[in-house]
Write a protein of this length. Structure first.
Length: 202
């Protein structure tokens, strides 16, 4: 096991978690990170990428090497720790700090799902309200459904109430004498262009 995980309950359904990574795993990560750093720094007496690990460690320091991989490692061990402890957070935990002085420890706060406590719901009773509809209401509802799903077809007869009409309209301006004119003055009260009748087919 490469992780040692400890948890402590907090208020408001939160959990304090500390993840300590095994020394062997940290040593492997440090050596991989050191090879990357060795390609970027110049150390007198050594070519880039050819610096022994212990020399690079003395030159840049342990913290600089750990910083090279700690973010990626943190994401990995976070998932592993949740699986190891059988935890399902409510949402993503927050990283409080990382201790890198000796062992590498991640300190996090994990939000847990809300705890729901049900009361004595078995004794609750709800009266079912009976809904009554007369024949007229039923027929009106049936007719409305039929009309919503109806397909319109062209009718070979005069139009009647309830038909869907396709019409061509042409608007013209009339003077005071009722004759068509090209010039007319409008005021705010003249802008009523809708039919006066609510049901013009009637």
């Amino acid at each position: 096991m490469t992780l040692t995980v400890s948890t402590e309950p907090l208020d408001s359904r939160q959990l304090a978690m500390t993840i300590e990574v095994a020394e062997e795993r940290i040593d492997q990560e440090m050596r991989k990170a050191a090879r990357k750093i060795a390609q970027q720094v110049r150390i007198p007496g050594f070519r880039k990428g050819r610096v022994p690990f212990h020399i690079l460690l003395q030159f840049v320091g342990r913290e600089a090497i750990v910083n090279e991989f700690v973010d990626e490692l943190g994401q990995e061990v976070y998932k592993e720790a949740l699986e190891q402890e059988g935890l399902e957070p409510y949402f993503m935990g927050s990283l409080d700090n990382v201790d890198m002085e000796q062992a590498v420890r991640f300190h996090l706060t994990i939000p847990l799902p809300p705890e729901v406590k049900l009361g004595d719901y078995r004794g609750m009773r709800v009266e079912e309200e009976e809904v009554e509809a007369d024949e007229e209401q039923i027929q009106e509802r049936v007719q409305a459904i039929l009309e919503q799903n109806a397909d319109y077809v062209e009718a070979d007869r005069p139009s009647q109430y309830g038909d869907l009409l396709t019409i061509d309209l042409k608007g013209v301006a009339l003077d005071d004498g009722g004759k068509e004119t090209e010039t007319v003055d409008f005021n705010e009260e003249d802008w009523d262009v809708t039919p006066a009748q609510e049901n013009p087919m009637e």
